[in-house]
Design a protein around this ligand. Structure first.
Ligand SMILES: Cc1cc2nc3c(=O)[nH]c(=O)nc-3n(C[C@H](O)[C@H](O)[C@H](O)COP(=O)(O)OP(=O)(O)OC[C@H]3O[C@@H](n4cnc5c(N)ncnc54)[C@H](O)[C@@H]3O)c2cc1C
Length: 252
């Protein structure tokens, strides 16, 4: 693996476990909105590499990440302890297939996330043009509590600035202005999410769906979309649904 050193510009602890990290961007490093970087830190005796979606847009002069510190995790606690000026190791090539361009043409793009799974979508929102293909874009982000919506203000501003863009925050505990309160798969099963957006139910002809986040969410969404007749994107073949699964569930 080709490795490059980047320098921490800013670390912000935005909720109990949520952290935003800004680093320098290596010269010549190119990526597309939806790609991820592989990161590590030099302090570890044994190198540990983990994938993190890039939150910043390709044209921005730094790299931004949004991650959760997993207590006892091999890498994330080390990333969470970084300070400005520290070094983050990065694999020199951006990776991934979670790209809106992989989807077949459609009318409505749904960007569905749990927790830090909003990361790749933020890169897309920040890059003018990526979402212009679609007549309507619905960004839906589900977290436990309103305090976990680290990018809520940015998402609200984005929706307010673009008539065809809509943002629905979802909290499963407590309240959030203009939001809903059940898991996204539950809201889609009942039709409550489409109703909230004054739309008819999900439709594989009209809709393109991106799903990013925890394994229960991605598994439930895959089952729901399969039932509704959606087809996955495969290498070289456009489909109407795309998934990014952030981690595997431990097998009992
Ligand atoms: C393509 C891709 C992109 C990713 N992008 C991001 C991102 O933008 N932000 C982000 O926070 N993570 C992201 N991840 C997850 C990330 O790569 C690490 O798995 C995570 O940070 C935990 O690493 P760790 O070494 O601290 O924990 P590990 O030692 O690897 O894992 C400890 C335990 O925690 C579980 N686990 C892993 N992640 C989580 C989580 N978020 N919540 C609860 N349990 C978890 C693991 O299954 C394991 O049981 C991404 C993963 C993939 C595959």
């Amino acid at each position: 693996m080709n490795i490059v050193e980047t320098e921490v510009i800013r670390v912000q602890h935005c909720s109990a476990r949520g952290v935003t990290l800004l680093t320098s961007k290596p010269e010549g490093f190119a990526f597309q909105a939806g790609h991820y970087a592989r990161l590590s830190v030099p302090a570890l005796a044994e190198p540990v590499w983990r994938a993190y979606s890039i939150v910043s847009a390709p044209h921005e002069p730094w790299l931004e990440y949004f991650f959760t510190v997993i207590p006892g995790g091999a890498l994330s606690p080390h990333l969470g302890a970084l300070q400005a000026g520290d070094t983050v190791l990065m694999a020199k090539a951006a990776m991934g297939f979670f790209l809106a361009d992989s989807l077949a043409d459609g009318e409505v793009l749904w960007l569905l996330a749990t927790g830090t799974g909003i990361g790749p979508y933020l890169s897309m929102l920040r890059q003018q043009g990526v979402l212009q293909r679609f007549a309507r874009v619905n960004l839906v982000c589900s977290v436990r509590e309103a305090a976990d919506l680290a990018y809520d203000a940015e998402c609200r501003a984005w929706a307010a600035q673009h008539a065809h863009c809509h943002y629905v925050p979802v909290v499963t505990r407590g309240e959030v202005a203009g939001g809903l309160h059940e898991r996204i798969p539950t809201l889609l099963h009942s039709g409550a999410l489409e109703q909230h957006l004054a739309m008819t139910p999900l439709d594989p002809q009209r809709d393109r769906v991106m799903v990013c986040g925890n394994p229960d969410f991605t598994a439930d969404m895959r089952a729901l979309l399969n039932e509704r007749g959606f087809t996955p994107c495969r290498r070289g073949l456009s489909g109407n649904m795309l998934f990014e699964n952030y981690w595997q569930k431990a097998t009992p």
